[in-house]
Design a protein around this ligand. Structure first.
Ligand code: BGC
Length: 720
């Protein structure tokens, strides 16, 4: 359909009909839609009429091919222009085949597999009738108290950008209009939602322009460079102004500076929330601020529907603002091919065949295998198949391993750890709960002790329930719940070799677990095939290769603790210094327990012969960095070779290390490989005091290693 035709709609439609296109309703509004168009859903709560519902532009959370087809057909009957509804949903890490949570995906450092996961999620969602997914979440995170770190790929802007791009490619493909197995991608939450003060959800975000541009913006921008069709606003304030009414952020930066011309949607009720924030007296003022900021769709409030008509009648805003927003919504429908085919991919037969099919579940398992991070191992892992294992803990046989935002996933169908281990064992795996997530009884203790005493190795399956992370699920104490720590203590006393598997949605404070165990495997929420993947890793059928994409703090008091921090004028010379007037804590180390990039393998890798092609480069030169990596162990394994750079003397203080490149190398025992990185001036640029994005002439330190802490270094100069 031509742009001309889309503009004609604008001419034909009444003001109210146009504004209704900017309304997004949630699923309950459509539970009651019948042929007669009688909608008896919760309209009263929103105070909208049936006419508005018939003209609404989009709906959130309705899925299932048959349901979507019936709602769309009924909608088309009642919409006098035949403008189809857009069906949107949060397909964050899978539709029904659930992949590891995004934080786990981040730990895979496997960009291609992340793209594949998004492609599969899109396919399942599309045949089930969805047109738009509210993903990826490109929010950079540094505070594990914040429950939504599980939805992010981590603390590094470069890694996050690669993942954001991959997810957009996977969701949208290269021909969104004709490829009905793809969905449009909405990058969220713009902007800097990950910096909520105190790690408390929805809380104030206040950061410098420099922080915003250097760390928080790159991943959203990467998603948009890759063509993401939509952007979602964030709940938080940015520089004192809620994102949904923030003109500088939305009009100036997003639209003018970045040239984004797609749909900007508010987060759930975020327009109305400007009243509670204290920047709008009432719904009218909230609507005014949002439309002026350039927000096109009002998710789940009636602020636009109720107040925009009067704001125009009173001459406060120009109708052109509405037309511009409606046109963007219509253009999105057009780009999805909905005018030609309002049902798009919705296909009950394909849905039955594709959703949760074996091929998709295999991909979910592959990603789970690559996302788990081995945090500690003194040799107790891998387990031998002829050992007697006591598998104890609330996650031993739990289906609660999908993680948040898996509303279509099935806990019942998910591969359970216990069963999967029993399948692999040639001896015995005895499974008991040992304790609940946060309670323990004497009976459970007795049972656990009895089973453990009989075993060669104790495996504890511990963690947080899914609802302890995700939206509105923040914690101030991020240790395992007391009951589980008690179980660890009791088991420890038995003196048996003990491995711990953790299922959780955030980096934890591992006091009470890490020191006490012989091995710790971080499984995160590994998704539908997670239990099977973890069992393979425990038995050494696969070798762990995940690397942390977010630091594990030593203690909550360090937060935020992240690898790419600045030095101070008084850096601590070493962790065991007794110098007083240096930047340190009296009671805990400065360093996190486990740094960004960290992860072990059942084999060991050695780095040798770091060399640079030159000790200086000019602006058009390429510096070749070579390093030899050797698998010195007895098993095949995958190493993630990481390259970091520090600008030793910048115009502005630069981070101690910044990830610039990495390579994954699969090596057989004894095998060695020469890894080569090409570095150019472009990778040395940053925002200067005048916000120009340039590099400094002078000295740079380059680091190569298996994580951000244990690196080899070399120096070079940039000549300009
Ligand atoms: C969340 C968004 C989500 C939206 C729709 C909000 O509460 O913050 O991430 O996309 O709900 O479900």
């Amino acid at each position: 359909m031509s742009q001309q035709r889309l503009k004609q709609y604008l001419k034909q439609m009444t003001l109210n009909e146009k504004i209704a296109q900017l309304l997004q309703l949630a699923a309950p509004f459509y539970d009651e839609v019948g042929d007669a168009g009688q909608i008896t859903g919760p309209m009263e709560s929103l105070g909208v009429t049936a006419e508005t519902v018939h003209n609404a532009g989009s709906v959130l959370g309705v899925s299932g091919a048959e349901k979507v087809i019936s709602v769309q057909q009924s909608h088309m009957k009642h919409n006098k222009y035949g403008i189809p509804l857009l069906f949107m949903a949060d397909i964050v890490h899978g539709f029904k085949t659930i992949f590891p949570i995004p934080l786990a995906m981040g730990c895979s450092w496997d960009i291609a597999l992340a793209e594949r996961s998004a492609e599969i999620a899109a396919k399942e969602a599309a045949v089930s009738g969805i047109h738009v997914t509210f993903a990826p979440m490109a929010d950079l995170v540094r505070d594990p108290r914040w429950g939504r770190v599980m939805e992010s790929t981590g603390e590094d802007p470069y890694l996050n950008s690669l993942f954001a791009r991959a997810m957009v490619r996977g969701f949208q493909g290269s021909d969104l209009k004709n490829d009905k197995e793809r969905v449009a991608s909405c990058v969220k939450h713009f902007a800097a939602y990950g910096l909520a003060e105190g790690g408390r959800d929805y809380n104030t975000v206040d950061l410098s322009e420099r922080q915003l541009r250097e760390y928080y913006l790159p991943a959203y921008q990467a998603a948009l460079d890759e063509g993401a069709e939509l952007v979602m606003t964030a709940f938080n304030t940015v520089d004192g102004i809620p994102a949904s009414g923030n003109r500088r952020l939305m009009r100036d930066l997003l639209r003018s500076e970045w040239g984004f011309n797609g749909v900007l949607i508010s987060d759930w009720a975020a327009i109305k929330e400007m009243i509670a924030h204290g920047v709008a007296e009432d719904g009218r003022e909230a609507a005014l601020k949002a439309i002026l900021a350039g927000v096109d769709i009002d998710m789940m409030t009636s602020s636009y529907v109720h107040h925009l008509p009067q704001l125009i009648a009173d001459g406060i805003i120009d109708e052109a603002l509405i037309d511009e927003a409606v046109l963007r919504v219509l253009q999105l429908k057009e780009r999805l091919g909905l005018f030609e085919n309002p049902l798009r991919g919705a296909d009950p037969e394909a849905e039955r065949q594709i959703v949760y099919c074996d091929i998709h579940r295999e991909a979910a398992k592959e990603l789970a295998l690559k996302s788990c991070v081995l945090l500690k191992n003194d040799g107790v892992l891998p387990l031998h198949r002829n050992q007697k294992i006591a598998l104890i803990g609330p996650f031993a046989q739990s289906g609660d391993i999908l993680g948040n935002w898996s509303w279509n996933g099935s806990r019942e169908l998910s591969a359970k750890l216990g069963q999967s281990m029993q399948t692999l064992s040639v001896s015995s795996v005895t499974i008991v709960e040992g304790c609940g997530i946060d309670q323990i009884t004497e009976g459970q203790i007795q049972e656990a002790v009895t089973v453990a005493e009989e075993a060669d190795v104790v495996v504890l399956a511990l963690g947080e329930s899914s609802d302890m992370s995700g939206e509105a699920s923040c914690r101030s104490d991020i240790r395992l719940p007391e009951a589980q720590l008690r179980l660890v203590q009791i088991m420890k006393k038995l003196g048996k070799p003990m491995a711990v598997v953790l299922f959780n949605g955030r980096p934890l404070d591992l006091h009470g677990v890490y020191e006490e165990s012989n091995a710790v495997l971080e499984a995160w929420f590994p998704g539908s095939e997670g239990g099977a993947a973890v069992a393979d890793l425990l038995y050494g059928i696969a070798n762990p290769s995940g690397r942390l994409s977010m630091s594990f703090p030593y203690a909550v008091g360090q937060i935020p603790v992240y690898y790419n921090h600045f030095n101070t004028g008084r850096p601590k010379p070493s962790e065991d210094t007794d110098e007083k007037y240096v930047s340190h804590y009296l009671d805990i180390p400065n360093a996190p327990l486990l740094p960004f990039g960290y992860g072990l393998s059942y084999t060991s890798f050695c780095y040798k012969h770091l060399s640079l092609s030159s000790d200086e480069i000019g602006e058009t030169d390429t510096l070749q960095v070579k390093v030899e990596v050797v698998n010195e162990g007895k098993l095949s394994g995958t190493e993630t070779v990481q390259l970091y750079i520090r600008d030793v003397s910048g115009e502005v203080v630069r981070p101690m290390k910044e990830l610039k490149a990495f390579r994954k190398a699969e090596l057989a025992p004894g095998e060695s490989i020469e890894v080569v990185f090409d570095i150019t001036e472009k990778q040395l640029r940053y925002h200067h005091s005048d916000f120009s994005f340039t590099s400094d002439a002078g000295q740079f330190e380059l680091f190569v290693g298996p994580n951000s802490r244990d690196t080899m270094n070399a120096f070079f100069r940039l000549n300009k």
